[in-house]
Design a protein around this ligand. Structure first.
Ligand code: HEM
Length: 541
């Protein structure tokens, strides 16, 4: 009897505990549910398309990056400078106003990149500057910033000139007024430039564009790009199942072993020269007076024998410079030549400026010449406004932010849509018009500081901005010192791809004419397409 009574007490106690556990679980679930509902309600206050339960707007998200780009433009036109969409359960918010962009980009708390950038990890690691999380990023940015000092960049002007000259000599063969795609020429030239400046070695892409290393760079970028936008390619097991993971591993072997070997060789050279030259910290002592220092050499110097940066860290950063520094400049130079090719009168002003600087000589551009290219620089900036190399900049919020009357909760992704931001008529009247004078100091000073974001803004802006600008000036001026360019595709007919960089879907078809003494700048000189040889016959324009 006593035993029975004790059992009843135990059961009562267990019942109470179970009851308490279930109640607590229920309360937590309800709290999570209501919190989530509240967050959904908060986000749904931001304008955006109607969404379905669970999938949200995911069904409208296409894998075609041309359609995806148009979708972004349409969303902004339809819903304004702050738009929310639902991709399954996550609500990326698209921002395209200067004031809103400032709140996101100028906030030192929200420096993490959005989760799509994680697909770069296998190639570029997790601690490299471009993709690192806030904790690693601070240290890396501080460490790497001196490598982009103007004094360091000045020594790269040689490389820019040599490779641009090679580009010009390749283009001479096309300069007969026939239509051709200039995009691959620019791509190979910028690849040669970035590899030589980042690693101190030539990959010779202009002469050999199909080497294993070059092909691997193109292919891996394509794979990562696809994975960033194609939702079903994102889970690892599907990526593996479809055979992409194995292909990616093969590509990584090619890419990583190439860079690792170079890091190893330069480390050996660095140590040898350090021993010969004594323990001084002077760059010239380390690598010989006449030797140009690549970014890699500077990283070896900053690495303090592997204690601050290991060789693998250096490999990551070098791969990153190659990635971040070639596609961005390729499309920037491409769009600048494209838009000048649509505006003969503006191109003629660039020709005039270059003629007054170089006086018809063939000498390479100096830093002084580069500083004098004011009008050319404004054309480059205006081309970057209309066609920003990086159309979207993504951030993952680590805390709630308030923008105007709206709140975006922690964990959400915010995409600053630079392409649309640069077309805000309040900041850029007649936004579709190409007008380099928008960048005259008196005009630029009237705009909101975050209205122009070609190199992003705030603490996580582009570290390679000066490098990119100098490279662009040397390449664009080298081409235009020798040629007049006509672009075939009207702006309204351009097909743009929403990728990591803003790429033309069909390349950039142009006609090139040598600039002659008689008609150096005319829009239709004696060597125009009408008088052209038979190679062009039958071409549409
Ligand atoms: C016209 C040329 C270029 C343009 C338009 C450009 C644009 C940008 C933009 C918009 C960002 C911000 C991306 C984001 O936050 O998601 C960025 C970041 C970055 N860029 Fe560039 N870039 C150019 C050239 C270069 C070059 C030549 C290099 C290196 C040699 C470079 C290295 C980087 C790095 C390392 C970052 C990450 C910075 C950080 O997270 O703190 N860029 N760039």
């Amino acid at each position: 009897m006593e035993w029975l009574r004790s059992q009843v007490v135990v059961m009562e106690e267990v019942g109470v505990v179970t009851y308490l556990v279930i109640t607590a679980l229920l309360a937590l679930t309800l709290a999570a549910f209501f919190r989530r509902q509240y967050e959904v309600w908060i986000i749904n206050r931001i304008p955006g398309p109607i969404s379905l339960p669970l999938v949200g707007n995911a069904l409208s998200v296409t894998t075609d990056s041309e359609v995806l780009f148009k979708l972004g433009v349409w969303l902004v036109r339809e819903y304004g400078q702050m738009v929310r969409v639902w991709i399954g359960m996550s609500p990326p918010v698209i921002i395209s106003g200067a004031r809103q962009a400032e709140v996101v980009l100028n906030n030192t708390k929200h420096l993490d990149k959005s989760h799509q950038y994680d697909f770069f990890h296998p190639w570029l690691g997790t601690t490299g500057l471009f993709i690192s999380k806030t904790s690693d990023w601070h240290t890396r940015k501080k460490l790497l910033t001196p490598a982009f000092h103007l004094k360091v960049l000045e020594q790269f002007v040689d490389v820019f000139n040599i490779q641009s000259n090679k580009l010009v000599s390749k283009l001479k063969k096309e300069a007969d007024g026939c239509v051709f795609d200039i995009f691959p020429y620019i791509t190979n030239c910028t690849l040669d430039i970035i590899c030589e400046t980042a690693m101190g070695c030539s990959v010779n892409a202009q002469d050999n564009p199909e080497s294993d290393y070059i092909m691997a760079i193109h292919r891996i970028q394509h794979l990562i790009q696809q994975r960033m936008i194609v939702l079903w390619m994102q889970p690892d097991f599907i990526f593996r199942l479809l055979g992409y993971a194995r292909e990616q591993e093969e590509l990584l072997k090619t890419l990583h072993s190439f860079t690792r070997n170079i890091v190893k060789a330069r480390r050996k050279l660095y140590e040898q020269q350090k021993q010969q030259g004594g323990a001084g910290s002077d760059d010239e002592q380390h690598l010989g007076k006449k030797q140009r220092l690549a970014f890699l050499d500077l990283l070896l110097e900053y690495s303090e024998g592997g204690t601050v940066l290991t060789d693998e860290d250096i490999r990551e950063e070098v791969d990153l410079f190659v990635f971040a520094g070639h596609d961005t400049t390729t499309v920037a130079i491409n769009w600048c030549l494209y838009i000048l090719g649509r505006h003969p009168e503006i191109q003629a002003r660039v020709h005039e400026e270059l003629d007054s600087i170089f006086e018809g000589t063939d000498r390479p551009a100096t830093m002084d010449d580069i500083r004098q290219m004011k009008y050319t620089e404004n054309c480059i900036k205006e081309a970057l406004r209309l066609f920003p190399s990086v159309p979207y900049v993504g951030r993952q919020l680590s805390g709630d932010i308030n923008i105007g009357k709206y709140r975006i909760p922690a964990g959400a992704s915010v995409m600053v849509f630079t392409y649309a931001l640069h077309r805000d008529p309040e900041q850029f009247p007649d936004p579709e018009v190409f007008d380099p004078d928008r960048f005259l100091p008196e005009n630029a000073s009237k705009r909101h500081p975050f209205a122009y974001n070609a190199f992003s803004a705030g603490p996580r802006n582009c570290i390679g901005q000066k490098f990119g600008m100098i490279e662009e000036k040397v390449m664009v001026s080298s081409v235009l010192r020798k040629f007049r360019i006509e672009s075939i595709t009207p702006m309204k007919k351009l097909k743009l791809l929403s990728e990591i960089v803003l790429r033309p879907k069909d390349g950039n078809h142009v006609r090139l004419f040598p600039r002659t003494a008689e008609s150096p700048t005319s829009a239709r000189g004696s060597n125009s397409v009408q008088d052209n040889n038979t190679r062009c016959q039958g071409e549409g324009s």
